[in-house]
Ligand binder design. Structure first.
Ligand code: ATP
Ligand code: MG
Length: 560
């Protein structure tokens, strides 16, 4: 077990707050006048020492940016946008690594009152142009390293008028605006645009796990809800050093960046990709107190836990989002990270984490926790809009009257409307995710509605089976899908990545199958197991079950 300096503080905090108090305190009406950039940067600029961003590049070099510098730099960026003719509401998109300029562009765009969006660097030209063209973006911010990819994308994104390029060597094309030169020549005076809570602020695309990514529009009021989540779910304190590993290319990155700064906490970011050893070194070297990541990263750290052996951790909290977090990983975290990894649930549409495990709450490992104070979320029958009883499976649903809740899928009113169902006591937004709650109101994730397996008359959620598989020592990772079957409708098929040192064999297959049959249930165990070196994933690391499901269906077809 690793040392943990602050576990005692953490215990004290747990005593200080009660669940009921949190609910009673919850109040997040967004004011009529609200500018996100003002809230996150300018408000803290008076303190010239306080660091907003600690950025470590791929060579391990540290760059610091204070709130004062962030306020100044973002004002310069806003001035540059204004000079380029970018108006309030115009879309500005980034395609760049986790470097300080990225965070300046984000804040500066919001200061100008323009709408910020971002495309993760793992996308190629088609992924970029799809998003830029869909929302008719006017400006792209990028780096010289990415400039050729952007060039290819621009052929199919005619709305883009300007490219602002950070010169990281090699020089930018002559028509580009060069980031540092342009900012250096711009004034640091800029009054944040007089936006209101209902003005457009962010346009983020979903992960595209189930199909084409959707552009999700959020208003300036979004920051009020985000602030609440960071306070209650993340328990963020102004002296925290907050490493949210999510890229700004996804809404989670923006949530945790802007949410941290709202409370004046320092953000930590690492330019490089996930690497267990690298991450362990960073956790050792920097006094990171809150780590926010994804289940894949925790699973991979578990696979390589020897890297944590001599690491001196300062963690108060670790959190997870994006995919289900199994009880096994939570238990591993308690032993090796010294903290309970708190699972949080949210969607690009819900705008932040709406169902969470709170540090103040008694946890049930494997559960997603409870709705955020002030949010009305429940398990609803998607056909009738009725709230279901404990233990009944339905869709996770939310009422829409929350500042973080999305305004619309970008200019797709029909698609937006199709997410809602009218129930006997009002309208619910349906998430497309299946879960049930227990007698005490804890939510338990079962799977995406599209991923549910119908087998011999049973409805089987893949997550429970995958968690059980994950508890077998020879299983590093698993994905479970339906495979069409003549008599049973479908059977459960598991794709398994073996742990290091495990060798696939018929005996092992049998052993894993028996493990799930004995530990979980006699009707949910995978009748077929196929070993794979890796599983197909989205760029965010989410398992793409749809792809495996297609493969399984083709197998059945070929054999019949
Ligand atoms: P698309 O909507 O394009 O298919 P996506 O739903 O993966 O992609 P996101 O908005 O990034 O796009 O992800 C939200 C989804 O991630 C949720 O609907 C849910 O399926 C999954 N998810 C998020 N957090 C959790 C969690 N804690 N447990 C289980 N699933 C989660
Ligand atoms: Mg989705």
């Amino acid at each position: 077990m690793v040392s943990n300096h602050n576990l005692a503080d953490y215990e004290t905090e747990r005593e200080q707050f009660s669940w009921d108090e949190i609910y009673a305190e919850a109040d997040w009406d967004a004011p009529a006048e609200l500018n996100v950039a003002h809230e996150v940067a300018d408000r803290h600029a008076g303190d010239r020492e306080k660091v907003a961003l600690y950025q470590v590049d791929t060579d391990g070099e540290l760059t610091k940016m204070t709130f004062w510098e962030l306020a100044d730099r973002s004002s310069q960026f806003a001035n540059v946008l204004e000079d380029l003719g970018v108006e309030q509401g115009d879309r500005v998109f980034s395609y760049m690594p986790r470097i300080p300029e990225h965070y300046v562009a984000l804040t500066g765009t919001l200061k100008r009152g323009a709408v910020w969006g971002s495309v993760n660097e793992r996308f190629g030209p088609d992924g970029i142009s799809y998003r830029l063209d869909d929302c008719e973006a006017k400006v792209v911010v990028t780096t010289t390293d990415n400039r050729d990819t952007v060039k290819d994308a621009l052929d199919d994104a005619p709305s883009v008028e300007h490219v602002i390029t950070v010169d990281r060597g090699g020089g930018a094309p002559p028509d580009d605006v060069v980031f540092n030169t342009a900012l250096d020549g711009a004034s640091t005076a800029y009054d944040a645009a007089e936006t209101g809570g209902e003005d457009d602020a962010l346009l983020y695309y979903t992960s595209g796990t189930t199909g084409l990514a959707k552009g999700v529009l959020h208003k300036q009021r979004w920051v009020a809800g985000v602030a609440a989540t960071q306070k209650y779910a993340v328990d963020l304190q102004p002296d925290d050093l907050y490493w949210s590993t999510g890229d700004l290319g996804w809404l989670t990155g923006a949530i945790n960046t802007l949410g941290a700064w709202f409370w004046g906490a320092s953000l930590f970011t690492y330019e490089g990709e996930f690497d267990p050893e690298e991450w362990a070194d960073l956790l050792d070297e920097y006094p990171i107190t809150v780590l926010f990541s994804v289940p894949t990263a925790y699973r991979m750290l578990r696979e390589k836990e020897e890297v944590l052996a001599d690491v001196d951790l300062d963690l108060r909290h670790a959190l997870s989002i994006g995919e289900p977090l199994s009880a096994g990983v939570v238990e591993w975290g308690e032993d090796e990270l010294g903290v309970t990894i708190l699972d949080t649930y949210g969607q690009t549409e819900t705008g932040n984490m709406i169902i969470n495990n709170y540090p103040t709450m008694e946890l049930r490992p494997g559960s997603m926790g409870k709705p955020l104070p002030g949010i009305e979320a429940d398990i609803v029958d998607p056909e009738t809009g009725e709230v279901l009883e404990p233990d009944e499976t339905g869709e996770i649903a939310q009422r829409g009257d929350y500042p973080c809740f999305f305004a619309e899928y970008w200019q797709k009113s029909e698609k937006t409307a199709s997410c809602f169902v009218d129930g006997p006591d009002g309208e619910w937004y349906l998430s497309g995710d299946l879960a049930h709650k227990d007698e005490d109101g804890y939510f338990w994730f079962e799977g995406r509605a599209d991923d549910v397996i119908l087998s011999s008359g049973y409805r089987i959620g893949p997550f429970e089976v995958e968690s059980s598989l994950g508890e077998h020592e020879a299983v590093a990772e698993a994905a479970v899908v339906p495979k069409p079957h003549r008599e049973r409708g479908n059977i459960v098929k598991a794709y398994v990545v073996p742990s290091e040192g495990a060798t696939p064999s018929e005996d092992l297959t049998e052993d894993i199958r028996n493990h799930v049959r004995d530990e979980l249930s006699a009707h949910e165990y995978p009748r077929e197991i196929e070993f794979r070196e890796e599983l197909p994933k989205t760029v965010t690391g989410k398992i793409r079950r749809t792809e495996l499901q297609d493969e399984a269906a083709e197998e059945t077809e070929a054999s019949s």
